[in-house]
Each structure stands twice: as C-alpha cells, then as structure tokens.
Design a protein around this ligand. Structure first.
Ligand code: HEC
Ligand code: HEC
Ligand code: HEC
Ligand code: HEC
Ligand code: HEC
Ligand code: HEC
Ligand code: HEC
Length: 463
C-alpha cells in the first residue's frame, strides 16, 4: 500500500507458531500476541468495527482478511479463487474513519484489482509465498498467519524439541549487522528493495545479513516514511554509541500500555543520558519533546514517531540513491533501484540514470531481473525487436511465469508480430487467469475478437 507495485516480481511454508513455544515461554507468547506485530493479520469481524464487505464504484466485495493491527490502521484483502487483491478502502484509527487506502488517494477511478504481491505479505505475516510464476496467487485458504516468533528467532522446531541456546537465534547475541538485519528485513523500506539474482524477499531468515538476500537503496529522505525508522535512527546522534539499536528502546514481545509509555521510554533514555534539569517539563517525557509524532506521507494520514532524535528544525536530506549497506551486487542493484524509483516518481532523470547504469552491465552475464529491466526499457524506447530478444532470454530461463509471458507478449505486439503476441498472452493467461494485461494484448492482437477477450476478463474477474 505504501509501496508502488514493483514491476519486477521475484519468486510455502507456514512457520512455527507461538503454540510450539508456549509450553515453556508462556508469558512471552501471551504478551507478544497483544502487540501490533502479534496481531498483524486478522479476519474481519463486525465486533472489531470491520466492514465485512466493501463497496466502491458500484462494486461490492467480501473481505477475506485485514492487514495491520489497527494500531495505526488496517488495509483489507479480498480473494477470487486463489488470487488476492487489495481493497481501495482502509480504516484509519487516529481519524477514526474509513477512507481510500494509502496509494489510492490520487487514483481517479479506484478499483478492487490491485494484486497483493508477495513482498507485502512478507513484511506483514508469518511468511507466505505466491504459487511459483504468479504475481498474486497463493497456496493457502483463509487468512495467512500473523507475524510469529520465527520471524525474529528463525526455525524453532529443533529447539522446541531439545531446548538449548545453540539451536535458536537470539537477535541480541548476533553481530550488530546480523542483529539489525532482523528488524531491517521489514522496517527498512527505503526507496527500492532489490533482491539478489535468483532470490526472493521471503528467503531472508534471522541470522543472515540482509545483503545475502536483498539490498535496500535509500536516498536519505526518510523523514516521514512508514518504514523509515531504521534510516531515521541511524541519523540520530544517539547512534554514535555503537550499542544503540532498535532493542535499546523496544521489547518486541511487549508494547507498553499508553499510560506507561512516558516512563517506559524515559528509562531507556537514561540508560545512556544523565538525568537533566530541563527534563522536568512535560512530566519528564523525553520522547514527547525529542521524538515528536509526524505525518507519514506514505502512511495514509497517520502520525508516526520521528526516530531522528534531534534538536529543533534540522534536516539532513540527500538526493541520490545509495545502498543502505555494502552488498555483493551493488551496481546491478543500483541500476534496478533507479528503475523502480523512476516508475514510482514518474521521473525521467531517474530513468536515464537506470539506463546509464544498466547498459554496461548487460555486456557481462545479466540475470533475469536485469534482462527483464533491459527488455522493458527497450520497449519504452520503441526498440521492440531488441526487447523481444532480451525478454525471450528471460522466458527461456524461467518458462513457467505469467509475468515473463505477458512481458514478451507486449514486446511481440510492439514489434508487429501479432500471432506470437497472442500465443504468449495465452500462456500468461493459463498460468494466472486473473492477470489483466494478457487480455488487453489479445484484444489488440486479434481485433476481430477484441470484445470477446475483454468480456472474458470481466467475467473471470467478476468485474
Ligand atoms: C520444552 C521447553 C521449550 C520450548 C517448547 C521452547 N523453548 Fe525456548 N528455551 C527453553 C529453555 C530451557 C531455554 C534456555 C536455554 C539455555 O539457557 O540454555 C530457552 C531459550 C530460548 C531463547 C533464548 C536463547 C538465547 O540465546 O538467549 C529463545 C530466543 C527461545 N528459547 C525461543 C523459543 C521459541 C521461538 C520457541 C518456539 C519455537 C521455543 N523457544 C520453544 C525452553 C523451550
Ligand atoms: C516480519 C516483519 C517484521 C520484522 C522481522 C520485525 N517487524 Fe516490527 N513490525 C512489523 C510490522 C508489519 C509492524 C506493524 C504491525 C501492525 O501494527 O500491524 C511492526 C511493528 C513494530 C513496532 C510497533 C509496536 C508493535 O508491536 O506493533 C515495534 C516497536 C517494532 N515493530 C519493532 C521491531 C523490532 C525491534 C524488530 C527487530 C528485533 C522488528 N520489529 C522486526 C514487521 C516486522
Ligand atoms: C518493507 C516491508 C513492508 C511492506 C512491503 C509493506 N509494509 Fe505495511 N508496514 C510495514 C511496517 C514495518 C509497518 C509498521 C510501521 C509503523 O508502525 O510505524 C507497516 C504498517 C502498515 C499498516 C498500519 C498497521 C498498523 O496499524 O500499525 C498497514 C495497514 C499496512 N502497513 C499495510 C500494508 C499493505 C497492504 C502492504 C502491501 C500492499 C504493505 N503494508 C507493504 C512494513 C511493510
Ligand atoms: C520482532 C522480533 C521478535 C519476535 C517476533 C519475537 N521475539 Fe523473542 N526476542 C526478540 C529479541 C530482540 C530478543 C532479545 C531481547 C533482549 O534480551 O533484549 C528476544 C528474546 C527472546 C527470548 C529470550 C529472552 C527472554 O526474554 O526470555 C525468548 C525466550 C523469546 N525471545 C521467545 C520468543 C517467542 C516465544 C516468540 C513468539 C511468541 C518471540 N520471542 C517473538 C525478538 C523477537
Ligand atoms: C545507547 C545509548 C543511548 C540511548 C538509549 C539514547 N541516547 Fe541519546 N544520545 C546518545 C549519544 C552517545 C549521543 C551523542 C552525545 C554527543 O554527541 O555528545 C546522544 C545524543 C542525544 C541528543 C542530542 C541530539 C543532537 O542532535 O545533538 C538528544 C536530544 C538525545 N540523545 C535524546 C535521547 C532520548 C530522548 C532518548 C530516549 C528516547 C535517548 N537519547 C536514548 C546515546 C543514547
Ligand atoms: C531511543 C529510543 C528508540 C529507539 C532506539 C528506537 N525507537 Fe522506535 N519508538 C520509540 C518511541 C519513544 C516510540 C513511540 C512509542 C509510543 O508513542 O507508543 C517508538 C515507536 C516505534 C514504532 C511505532 C510506530 C511509530 O512510529 O510511532 C515503531 C514501528 C518503531 N518505533 C520501530 C523502531 C525500529 C525499527 C527501531 C530501530 C531502527 C526503533 N524503533 C528504535 C523509541 C525508540
Ligand atoms: C519539555 C521538552 C523536553 C523534555 C521533556 C526533555 N527535553 Fe531534552 N531538550 C529539550 C530542548 C528544547 C533541548 C535543547 C536545549 C538547548 O538548545 O539548549 C534539549 C536538549 C537535550 C539534549 C542535548 C543538549 C544537552 O544538554 O546535552 C539531550 C541529550 C537531551 N535533551 C536529552 C533529554 C532526555 C534524556 C530527556 C528525558 C530524561 C529530555 N531530554 C527531556 C527539550 C526537552
């Protein structure tokens, strides 16, 4: 929702739930269940104030589950067969009302057909994967599990059977980079997150460095992003103490009660800061003055806590993209990151930067994501034949992918080869019948049957 849908979509198992840990860690399991993370997914209920059906533009859909605890807000997901789509309506707690979901504000004709891609559920659930080769088909019925113990402690089966410190990850005992990676895997949104060749976001497990799976590209402008806590924290002067990390102030198993928050966080500050004269104001609530609430521009009218911890009025922006941490595929990642950003911002300068960086890399051994990027860029530059070549190569490496067939179909169509365009579009449709694009391509490739193709999509999508 607060992310543009990525053009390059990479990549089922449900992890161990708290139940497997409860016999020995009952207090932690129970208090974690009350946190936002422990309630990150729920099934809509009238008693919870949910609307079980959403109506927008004369269309009504029944909601399958909600994303978000409601601490800030909730987004809703509906299901058609095994495909998941987002509702354009969301609930905002602070405002106490329903409104368009983040990302739909400027949509003049909001509809129910934005696919729920894997990245979204990787951050918000216990971990689920799409059916291979599809963009939003999932192998589970009902709702996915909420974020669970294994997202920070890794696989726990062996430990539950024979408890020892040696067979479970404890983030605090990891080296700083690996420790921080655990929280960063979900709390560092950046401008673009680019998986390494052949990797999916969901491949990350605690104990790894983020860069073993993907790199995050930032611009230094994290002031008010929902997933900007990590970047903000790093720019705080407090971070000159190498001991500072998310866990210095947060116990992920427990959210302090609203009335207890000033005291709770003050205790965290005075671990490092001598008690000061000036703090007696505002009841000694350090965070109220030094970490004020601010509107997140991508969070849909919700206030988030400013983690830059600073004196008044400073800002430290930075224009260009850079990798959050050094990774093995930095140049490639940067090229793909500029492409993602150019789509998000609709910016020509970023697009040019992407092209400038990608071209020299294509002479080497480009992987699928790079070939796809090259193909889509060629298509935009009206070099359809060239696009066909790149995209054919992608498809030959990963034939069972709706996205790859659809991309190649678009390239054939642009190159004037309607017959091959239609063949590829049909393949895409076979793998993911609710992907809309192939129907449009078929309508253009077979003008005599255009109305039929459009009707078939509407029928299948119940539109
Ligand atoms: C049968 C009892 C039992 C079960 C079930 C169990 N644990 Fe433990 N756990 C322990 C014991 C005992 C320790 C302390 C081990 C030690 O200090 O040597 C421990 C320690 C831990 C630690 C701290 C490790 C460290 O390095 O400090 C974590 C984290 C942990 N457990 C997580 C889990 C998770 C997650 C689950 C569920 C998947 C789980 N435990 C299931 C008994 C259990
Ligand atoms: C699997 C992804 C994921 C990981 C890993 C993760 N978080 Fe979160 N975190 C979230 C999401 C999503 C929310 C918002 C949950 C909601 O309210 O729906 C959140 C919320 C929070 C909150 C607000 C209070 C609460 O409990 O909801 C804190 C504090 C927090 N995370 C700290 C951390 C820290 C510290 C770490 C690392 C030790 C961490 N998180 C790791 C996804 C994650
Ligand atoms: C990079 C990981 C990431 C991705 C991708 C992501 N989110 Fe989030 N989202 C978060 C984190 C972390 C928070 C909590 C931030 C906070 O509390 O400040 C959050 C907050 C939210 C909230 C508010 C929850 C609450 O009440 O605190 C909603 C609703 C939400 N996201 C929905 C979505 C949806 C829907 C998608 C995909 C279409 C999505 N997000 C994609 C990480 C992510
Ligand atoms: C968002 C990340 C996150 C999640 C989710 C999480 N933990 Fe933890 N856990 C941590 C961190 C960080 C520590 C280290 C806390 C410290 O010592 O500062 C920890 C420590 C522990 C410990 C050892 C220290 C102690 O407090 O006893 C146990 C046991 C544990 N967790 C169990 C669980 C269980 C069971 C679950 C699932 C209900 C769970 N954790 C979910 C991050 C998490
Ligand atoms: C792990 C230790 C640690 C913790 C915890 C911590 N700080 Fe800091 N903080 C520091 C260090 C180190 C500095 C830098 C001091 C310096 O440069 O003289 C600093 C600097 C600051 C500054 C000066 C900022 C500036 O721009 O000059 C403020 C304000 C501050 N901290 C407030 C807080 C508050 C409020 C909390 C609790 C919410 C907190 N700190 C928690 C270590 C910490
Ligand atoms: C110096 C203390 C401190 C550190 C370190 C810290 N936080 Fe926070 N965090 C706070 C305070 C204070 C709040 C506001 C809590 C409240 O109002 O309930 C907060 C709130 C949050 C929230 C809830 C949404 C919001 O913005 O209000 C999330 C999510 C969060 N922090 C994530 C993180 C992550 C991730 C890290 C590590 C990169 C981190 N925090 C490090 C003090 C800290
Ligand atoms: C009423 C608001 C308020 C509260 C409460 C407050 N501060 Fe401050 N703090 C300020 C302001 C304003 C300044 C800047 C003072 C200046 O410019 O001389 C400041 C300056 C600081 C500095 C940097 C200057 C220095 O003296 O080193 C630190 C560190 C700091 N505060 C930490 C804290 C901590 C820790 C707490 C809680 C124990 C706290 N503050 C509570 C408003 C507050």
């Amino acid at each position: 929702m607060h992310f543009a849908l990525p053009m390059l979509i990479m990549g089922a198992a449900l992890g161990v739930r708290g139940a497997a840990c409860r016999s020995c860690h009952a207090a932690i399991v129970d208090s974690f269940a009350m946190t936002g993370m422990g309630r990150s997914i729920s099934v809509p209920r009238v008693e919870a104030g949910d609307r079980l059906t959403h109506t927008v533009g004369g269309m009504t859909k029944a909601m399958a589950f909600a994303v978000g605890s409601g601490n800030a807000g909730k987004s809703y997901v509906w299901r058609l067969g095994d495909s998941l789509f987002q509702s354009p309506l969301a609930w905002y707690r602070e405002k106490g009302r329903w409104d368009l979901a983040p990302g739909y504000e400027r949509d003049t004709n909001p509809n129910f057909y934005r696919p729920i891609v894997e990245e979204c559920l990787t951050c918000h659930t216990g971990g689920v994967r799409t059916i291979a080769g599809t963009q939003s088909r999932y192998p589970f019925a009902g709702a996915p599990p909420a974020i669970g113990c294994e997202r920070c402690h890794g696989e726990g089966e062996a430990h539950a059977a024979r408890p020892s410190r040696g067979n479970i990850v404890n983030p605090v005992r990891l080296a700083p980079k690996l420790r921080d990676s655990v929280c960063e895997s979900c709390h560092l949104g950046g401008e673009a997150r680019i998986p390494n060749p052949g990797r999916a976001f969901a491949d990350f497990v605690p104990g790894m460095a983020l860069e073993e799976v993907f790199s995050v590209y930032v611009s230094g402008d994290a002031a008010q992003r929902v997933t900007g806590h990590v970047e903000q924290m790093a720019s705080a002067r407090c971070a000159s103490d190498p001991k500072l990390w998310c866990g210095s102030c947060h116990d992920p198993h427990r959210q302090p009660a609203a009335t207890d928050r000033p005291r709770y966080y003050r205790e965290r500050c005075v671990q490092c800061h001598a008690v000061m004269d000036h703090e007696t104001k505002r009841g000694g609530d350090c965070a109220a003055c030094h970490m004020p609430k601010a509107q997140a521009h991508d969070g849909g009218h919700t206030a988030f806590t400013d983690h830059r911890i600073r004196l008044k009025g400073e800002s430290r922006p930075g224009p260009q993209l850079r990798a959050w941490r050094k990774g093995p595929f930095e140049e490639r990642g940067l090229a793909l990151a500029y492409l993602t950003v150019s789509e998000k911002r609709g910016s020509l300068a970023d697009l040019q930067e992407a092209v400038r960086r990608l071209n020299p890399l294509l002479a080497g051994k480009p992987d699928r994501a790079m070939l796809t990027a090259a193909g889509m860029l060629a298509l935009r530059q009206n070099k359809a034949r060239q696009a066909v070549e790149w995209l054919r190569q992608v498809l030959s490496e990963e034939p069972e992918s709706a996205r790859n067939h659809a991309n190649l179909a678009a390239a054939f169509l642009a190159a004037g080869d309607r017959e091959r365009a239609a063949t590829e579009a049909r393949e895409a449709m076979r793998i993911e019948p609710l992907l809309e694009e192939p129907y449009g391509i078929l309508a253009e490739a077979e003008p005599a049957k255009a109305a039929e193709w459009r009707a078939l999509y509407r029928q299948r999508a119940r539109r």
